[in-house]
Design a protein around this ligand. Structure first.
Ligand SMILES: Nc1nc2c(ncn2[C@@H]2O[C@H](COP(=O)(O)OP(=O)(O)OP(=O)(O)O)[C@@H](O)[C@H]2O)c(=O)[nH]1
Ligand SMILES: [Mg+2]
Length: 435
């Protein structure tokens, strides 16, 4: 009976078949094979059983089916042979691809892409109210142009919270609501997130006032960012051999062994082909990075495609408009490293320093601490300023954007002892009286 079949479908792990696509003549950040291996990890993280993979080199994405009609037929046969009811494409399907492929594969097959899979993992891993709001927004934005029979049909099938991969998440029970309703939800979510953002930015201003430099951990997912936060601060954070274990930012105050105090922020990891709807929805979270005084870019030393990972991180930072904040490249997991020497990076002079550590085994952390201290002491200027009384606006600006340690009213103006980042130092140096 059809009802029983669909019940069976959601009982065990979903059996998924993956399709990689290479574009001839292009130079991607990852080979089709590596990308497919990463997609396999994503599918496993989402709780699926990967029963087969295939890849296809094409001259360009076919506008109707992405991989071409012949290959679609081949994949359809492979799905039947492998008893798989889910097919996942490694590149983002356009709404037209989605419709055409659903048509060709038939009712029994669920068609997903890498973006849907990543959104699904995010939905499963969101822990906080803010995280859940951001994922929900990203899911609605992703689904809105793709609302086809699959989403309503399968969400009915999956029902409730048991959920099928790609259809889970905060909004899953709402999938049957029409587009207008989804648009309304999107605008409501945006309003709610705007409030969260304002709250965050007030919080950041208070933190800035403390004058303690903010250091952000950034890197590819699974590089060991949370492990490093734990190693340096003792914070009890979630660490797992999983993609996107961390979604919500955590900030801890750290006293480095040499006495320097910093605030260290751990946040969501990056991956190649991160859905743009997610980047947009996670703006509030990612803004933590743009405000940092220093970035620690964590890279797994054992990753064969480390340069592709570094480039992905750089591209994502550029996409969220991170200013040229000083960076330290942190090669992690030296304990596992079998190679002879640390790999050369293509552009070493862009880093303030390059350090190799093992966050899990507490190796190299003193060297890293020393590099962090040097970087933040150079990045921040501790100076005394005298601001004339008629420039109350500048005093407010300092309270908002710099760390104000002391403020004394003098006859000639307001004397402030502040810690300034380089850009503000330029603006305020004419008022400098010492330091
Ligand atoms: N051998 C070894 N494993 C490490 C080291 N640092 C982290 N790991 C392991 O790498 C995996 C990922 O570590 P996390 O700290 O969760 O990585 P993350 O960068 O926070 O990952 P996401 O939050 O998923 O983006 C875990 O299994 C860690 O135990 C290290 O120095 N050596
Ligand atoms: Mg983490």
């Amino acid at each position: 009976m059809p009802a029983e079949q669909s019940y069976e479908l959601i009982q065990g792990p979903e059996r998924a078949f993956l399709v990689g696509i290479g574009i001839k003549g292009s130079r991607p950040l990852m080979t089709t094979e590596d990308s497919l291996a990463e997609l396999t990890l994503l599918a496993k993280t989402a709780g699926m059983n990967v029963v087969g993979t295939t890849s296809q080199n094409v001259n360009h994405f076919d506008p109707a089916t992405m991989i071409g009609s012949g290959k679609v037929e081949e994949v359809r046969e492979a799905l039947v042979a492998a008893d798989a009811h889910t097919v996942i494409f490694d590149d983002e399907l356009t709404p037209r691809h989605q419709r055409e492929l659903e048509e060709r594969f038939g009712e029994e097959i669920k068609v997903l892409d890498r973006s849907a899979l990543i959104l699904d993992i995010f939905a499963q891993h969101a822990r906080t109210h803010e995280g859940a709001l951001q994922v929900e927004l990203a899911q609605y934005e992703y689904r809105l142009p793709r609302l086809t029979r699959q989403w309503t049909h399968l969400s009915r099938q999956a029902g409730g919270t048991s959920g099928a991969v790609g259809l889970r998440g905060p909004g899953e029970t709402q999938l049957e609501v029409d587009r207008r309703e989804i648009r309304r939800r999107i605008s409501r979510l945006k309003q709610e997130l705007e409030k969260v953002r304002e709250h965050r930015s007030r919080h950041r201003q208070q933190r800035n006032r403390s004058g303690i430099p903010l250091v952000a951990l950034v890197g590819y997912t699974n590089a060991g960012k949370s492990t490093l936060l734990h190693a340096l601060s003792g914070a009890d954070v979630y660490i797992a051999d999983q993609l996107f274990a961390t979604l919500d930012p955590t900030t801890r105050r750290v006293d480095l062994p040499n006495g320097t105090q910093i605030l260290l922020t751990d946040t969501v990891g990056f991956i190649q082909k991160l859905p743009t709807t997610l980047i947009a929805a996670f703006r509030a979270t990612l803004e933590e990075i743009t405000e940092a005084d220093l970035i620690l870019e964590v890279v797994d030393l054992n990753e064969p495609n480390a340069s592709g990972h570094i480039e992905t991180v750089e591209d994502t930072l550029a996409e969220i408009d991170v200013p040229p904040i000083p960076r330290i490249l942190v090669w992690n997991k030296t304990d596992k490293f079998k190679g002879e020497a640390i790999p050369e990076v293509s552009d070493p002079q862009q880093y303030f320093d390059i350090v190799a550590i093992s966050a899990a085994k507490n190796q190299g952390l003193d060297k890293l601490a020393a590099a962090i201290s040097r970087a933040v002491s150079l990045a921040l200027y501790q100076i005394k300023l005298l601001i004339p009384y008629e420039r109350g606006d500048l005093v407010s600006q300092l309270h908002e954007q710099a760390g104000v340690h002391q403020q004394i009213a003098k006859d000639t103006g307001i004397e402030l002892t502040v810690r300034l980042p380089a850009n503000l130092f330029e603006q305020f140096k004419q008022y400098r009286i010492s330091g």
